[in-house]
Write a new protein. Structure first.
Ligand code: GLU
Length: 484
C-alpha cells in the first residue's frame, strides 16, 4: 500500500471556523490511524485577500486541539508549516513548462477587455468565462500577461471520490482558467496540484465546496504527466434547520469556543462527529479512540448537522469527567475574569475550590464558573431578589417568616455545618413544622442564594459556611417583614 500522506491546506484569508478545522482534524485522524504523515501547508497566494490575523488563528486553533503536524521546510523539532509564498519559483517554472508543452498559454488580454467581455456576456445571458482569444496566438511573456490552462475539449471528466463514489463533470462548463497571475503568484489550482504532487500527497481530503475544482486538478495532473492522489470530499455542515451554518446556529470562529470555555477534548470529539461516526450510537470518543477508529469509509455523504445543544451537552460531560482539581485549574481564569469587579481579589483559593467543585456538577462551559446563576452568590453578599420568591405557593408570608426564624435558631446551635449534618437536621425539622421538605428547602435556597435553581442546598450551605448562611436567612426574614 502507498505511504499515506495527507495535508491541511488552509488559505489565510479568514479566521478558521468549525468547518475548516473539521477538515484539519479528519486529515490528522486519518494520518494517525494509518501511521501516515500529516502536513500543514499555508496556501497564501491570494495576496489581496490575505487577512493578517488569519495565520496565527489557524495555527493556534490546531495547537489548541493538539492537531500536530509532522514536517515542514526546516525539518526537525520545530518544523513547518509549508508556505506557498516561499515556493513561487517552482510555480513559475512549472507553468512555463506547461506553456512549452502546449497545455497552457500566455494571455495578454487587459482587465478592461475582460470586463467588457463579461458585460457583453451578461447582456447576452451567456455563461461567463474567458472567450479564449489568446489560446492559439502563441504569445510570449509580457509584463501584464497571465498564463491560462488550455482546457482539453474532451466532453467529460469522471473520477471516483472515496466518499461520494463516481462523480462526473461536464468539461464544457470549464473556463481556460488562470494558472499564473500577472503578479507572478500562482492561482489556487496550480499551486495546489503542484504541491500535492511534490509533497507526495496520497489522499486529498477537503470540504465538499472543492469538489467542482477536482476536474480542473485532474486535467492538470494529466497535463503534467503525474498520477493524481485519491480524493475524498467531506460533507457540508449545516445548521439544525438545514440552512447554511452561521452565527445564528451558535457557530463561531473555532478559538471563540475556547474563549467561551469549551474544552479542547470536547471540541475534538464534537468535530469528529460532524460527518464521521463509528456506529449509530457511540457519541463519546477520546482522541486516542478517534485515532484508533477513524476511517474514510465511515465518513458520510450526507450533510453533517451542527447542533450546538449537543456540543453543550458534550462539554458538560467532559467537564464532569475532570478531577475537581483539574476543573478548578481550568475554570479559575474564567472565574477571575467573570466575577463582577466589586468582588475583592485575590479570591480565597480554598474557598474557590469548594465553590468550583459544586459548579462542576452543573456547568456546561468553563465560563459558567463565573455565571451569576452558578457562582456569584458565593462571592457577593449582595444577593438581590424579590421577597415574594421566598414564599412557597401553598404558604403565606407569616408562615414563611416563621419557618425561617425557627430554622435560624436551630442552625445557630448546630455543632457542625457540613452537608450531612445539615440534612440530618433540616429534613426532620420540615416534618416537625408540618411542611413538605421542598417547601422548607425552597425558602432556604432562595434565602441563601437569591435563586430558585442552584447547586444542592446542603452542600451550598456548607460551602457558604455557618455565618454567611445564617446571616442571609436572617436578611430574608427581614425582607419579608419589610413587605408589610
Ligand atoms: N486553500 C484551500 C482552502 O483554503 C485548500 C483546498 C484544498 O484542500 O484543496 O481550503
Amino acid at each position: 500500500m502507498k505511504q499515506i500522506r495527507v495535508r491541511y491546506a488552509p488559505s489565510p484569508t479568514g479566521i478558521p471556523h468549525v468547518g475548516n478545522i473539521r477538515t484539519a482534524l479528519f486529515n490528522w485522524l486519518f494520518a494517525r490511524h494509518t501511521g501516515g504523515t500529516f502536513i500543514v501547508r499555508i496556501e497564501d497566494t491570494d495576496v489581496a485577500r490575505t487577512v493578517p490575523e488569519a495565520l496565527e488563528a489557524i495555527l493556534e486553533s490546531l495547537r489548541w486541539l493538539g492537531i500536530d503536524w509532522d514536517e515542514g521546510p526546516e525539518a526537525g523539532g520545530n518544523a513547518g508549516p509549508y508556505f506557498q509564498s516561499q515556493r513561487l519559483e517552482l510555480y513559475n517554472r512549472m507553468s512555463a513548462e506547461l506553456v512549452a508543452k502546449g497545455d497552457a498559454y500566455y494571455c495578454h488580454c487587459t482587465p478592461e477587455r475582460l470586463e467588457e467581455m463579461r458585460k457583453e456576456q451578461t447582456a447576452r445571458k451567456a455563461p461567463p468565462g474567458y472567450d479564449r482569444r489568446c489560446r492559439e496566438l502563441g504569445l510570449g511573456p509580457a509584463p501584464n500577461a497571465v498564463i491560462r490552462f488550455k482546457i482539453p475539449l474532451s466532453l467529460k471528466t469522471t473520477f471516483r471520490d472515496l466518499i461520494r463514489g463516481e462523480v462526473t463533470f461536464d468539461n464544457a462548463v470549464l473556463d481556460d482558467f488562470v494558472l499564473l497571475k500577472s503578479d507572478g503568484y500562482p492561482t489556487y489550482h496550480l499551486a495546489n496540484v503542484i504541491d500535492d504532487n511534490y509533497m507526495k500527497i496520497s489522499h486529498v481530503m477537503r470540504g465538499e465546496e472543492w469538489l467542482s475544482s477536482t476536474p480542473r486538478h485532474l486535467m492538470l495532473y494529466r497535463a503534467f504527466g503525474w498520477s493524481p492522489p485519491e480524493f475524498a470530499h467531506l460533507p457540508i455542515i449545516l445548521g439544525t434547520d438545514r440552512s447554511k451554518l452561521s452565527k445564528r446556529h451558535g457557530a463561531v470562529a473555532l478559538l471563540d469556543y475556547r474563549a467561551q470555555g469549551y474544552l479542547a477534548e470536547a471540541m475534538t470529539n464534537f468535530l469528529a462527529l460532524l460527518g464521521w461516526s463509528l456506529d449509530d450510537k457511540t457519541e463519546l470518543f477520546s482522541k486516542e479512540e478517534l485515532c484508533r477508529h477513524f476511517t474514510i469509509e465511515r465518513v458520510s455523504q450526507t450533510a453533517a448537522i451542527f447542533n450546538k445543544e449537543k456540543l453543550d451537552w458534550m462539554n458538560g460531560v467532559y467537564i464532569r469527567a475532570l478531577t475537581t482539581d483539574a476543573f478548578a485549574a481550568r475554570a479559575l481564569p474564567f472565574l477571575e475574569k467573570g466575577l463582577p469587579p466589586e468582588i475583592v481579589r485575590p479570591l480565597d483559593q480554598s474557598y474557590v475550590k469548594k465553590v468550583l467543585a459544586l459548579v462542576q456538577e452543573r456547568a456546561k462551559t468553563l465560563a459558567e464558573a463565573a455565571s451569576p446563576e452558578l457562582s456569584w452568590f458565593f462571592f457577593t453578599d449582595r444577593v438581590d431578589y424579590p421577597a415574594e420568591l421566598l414564599i412557597d405557593k401553598k404558604l403565606d408570608k407569616t408562615q414563611t417568616a416563621n419557618l425561617l426564624a425557627t430554622t435560624t435558631a436551630r442552625l445557630d446551635v448546630l455543632p457542625a455545618f457540613d452537608a450531612t449534618t445539615l440534612e440530618g437536621m433540616l429534613r426532620p425539622l420540615a416534618e416537625e413544622m408540618g411542611l413538605k421538605a421542598g417547601q422548607l428547602f425552597g425558602a432556604l435556597r432562595t434565602a441563601v442564594s437569591g435563586l430558585t435553581a442552584t447547586p444542592p442546598l446542603f452542600q451550598m450551605m456548607e460551602t457558604l459556611g455557618k455565618h454567611r448562611s445564617i446571616t442571609r436567612i436572617r436578611e430574608a426574614a427581614a425582607k419579608l417583614e419589610a413587605l408589610g
